[in-house]
Structures are given as C-alpha cells and as structure tokens.
Design a protein around this ligand. Structure first.
Ligand SMILES: [Cu+2]
Length: 284
C-alpha cells in the first residue's frame, strides 16, 4: 500500500513529466522535417496545409457531433426524427468534401509537376543500386565509383565484434565514398538497379524513389547549403538491406570542381563489385 505522501510525490512527478513534454517533443521530432531542398520544403508546406485542413474538418465534425449529443438528448425531451431522406443534406455532404479535395488537389498537382520537371538541370548522375551498395556515375564527366557501408560500421555490426554500436559515429549511416555534388546546382538523377529493387531515399532532399532493374527512374534535386546529408535504401532488398546507406556531400561549386578534377585525374572507373561486397561476413 502506498502512503498519501508517496501518492502526492507521484502526482508531482507526473506533472513535472507533462511540463517537460514540449522539450521531449522537440527531441522526438514528431513532425516531418522541412529538409534542405525546394522539393522537400514544398512537401513540408503541403503536409502542413493538409494537416490544418484536417484539423479544421475534424474540429467542425466533432463540434457538430458534440452539440447534437448534448442538445438533442432524450432526457431533455428530444424525439427521434421522423424523416429518413433529405436531398439538401445529401447535396451538402457530397459537395463539401469535393470542394475540400479540389482545394487540396491544386497545390498537390502543382508540386508534383514541379518535382518531375528535370528541365534546366546542369548535370546528370546515374545511380545504380546493387546488393548492397550504390554506384554513382557522373554521366558527362566520366567519373564512376561505388559507395559502400563504412568499415567502422561494418566491423561494429558483426556478431561478437565487441564494439558498442553506440560508440560508432554515424553508425550504419556512413559510407566509404559519399556522392559528392556542387551546391546550388540543379542535378538530374537517373535511377536504376543491377539486381533487385532498391530505393534511393534521401529524406533531407525529399526524395524516395525506386531503383528497379530494367527501368530508369528520373528526378532532380538542388541543394543550396553545403554539408553532409544522409539517407538509406528504402526497399527491402535482401539480407543486407539495412547496410547500404547513402551519404551525399554537398560542396561549394569551386571545391566541387577541384574534387571532380582530382577524380578525373585518378583512376575513376571502379572495378566490378564483388557479389557479396565488403559486408560479406556472418553478421546478420
Ligand atoms: Cu537496397
């Protein structure tokens, strides 16, 4: 049995917990992050618009429902309605949702067209999914390389490695060679796969598109802020699906040009990948 004092203490703790909720929410990142591209920001704005429309519709429906429940109670003398059909009501409850959907379809269609419009891109990168790595080919520059899970993560993930994954920086979100792109440049990507379905998911860019063998999907992105951005394969593609992250390094244009020249000077064409890749051990 708990004493009144401990009950009071528990209530106090609960109140403190509730007060701490806003801070906790920030840590949980409950909402969709706005991302770093125009595409992701538009997706975020559309998401917020739809959310607020849902809030208004939900609020209105519940308000009418609660009003009806409270006002038309039998105990207050209300009688069941005698009519069973109202053309006016049917027109209203059909027309209103149609109007809401049309209102939402306009910005949604506009954003879809924007996302698909690859015109005016200055550079093309072909992205190919492999079990379990990515290949990046700078189509017009003749640069081509594979991007695999970083050794630090790969070693730590092995059974009995004795390494605490929490101690590994960017665990399972680090690669040996990131995709390097220039900031502020519209880049068109061609996406395909060499074996099974993968998906190139760069959440900060607002991109999640399938890489399908025999098909080429197309899209674009433009990142204004230099930095390192991380994503993952988002299509269950086999036993090492969780071990083929994506890292994109966005460099200022001059730095990118220098990097590109360096790549062209070096041995840029990668050799064919080993079937089992660098993650070819037991640890699944
Ligand atoms: Cu995959």
């Amino acid at each position: 049995m708990s004493s009144p004092l401990s009950t009071r203490a528990r209530v106090l703790a609960a109140i403190c917990g509730l007060l701490a909720l806003p801070a906790a929410n920030a840590a949980w990142q409950l909402n969709l992050p706005p991302g770093v591209t125009e595409i992701s920001r538009r997706a975020y704005d559309l998401h917020m618009l739809v959310l607020w429309v849902c809030v208004v519709v939900g609020g209105a429906v519940f308000a009418v429902m609660i009003y009806a429940l409270v006002t038309f109670r039998k105990s207050k003398g209300a009688r069941a309605a005698t009519w069973d059909h109202s053309t006016t009501a049917e027109i209203i409850w059909t027309a209103l949702p149609v109007l809401v959907l049309v209102f939402l379809a306009v910005p949604a269609a506009r954003d879809l067209v924007f996302i698909e419009d690859t015109r005016g891109s200055e550079m093309t990168i072909k992205i190919t999914g492999f079990q379990w790595k990515w290949n990046y080919e700078y189509v017009d520059q003749g640069v081509n390389f594979y991007s695999s899970l970083a050794q630090t993560s790969n070693v730590a993930r092995q059974r009995n490695s004795g390494i605490d994954p929490n101690s590994v920086e960017h665990y399972l979100l680090e690669v040996d060679r990131p995709l390097v792109i220039p900031a502020g440049v519209k880049i068109r990507y061609l996406l395909t796969s060499n074996d099974v379905n993968h998906a190139w998911w760069m959440q900060p860019f607002g991109i999640k598109r399938d890489a399908i063998p025999g098909y080429i999907n197309e899209g674009w992105f433009k990142v204004d802020e230099p930095g390192t951005y991380r994503g993952q394969c988002a299509e269950l593609c086999g036993k090492d699906h969780g071990f083929m992250p994506i890292v994109v390094e966005v460099l200022p244009k001059e730095k990118f040009e220098a990097w590109l020249a360096e790549q062209k000077a070096g041995t840029q064409v990668a050799t064919a990948p080993a079937v089992t890749s660098v993650v070819a051990t037991s640890g699944t």
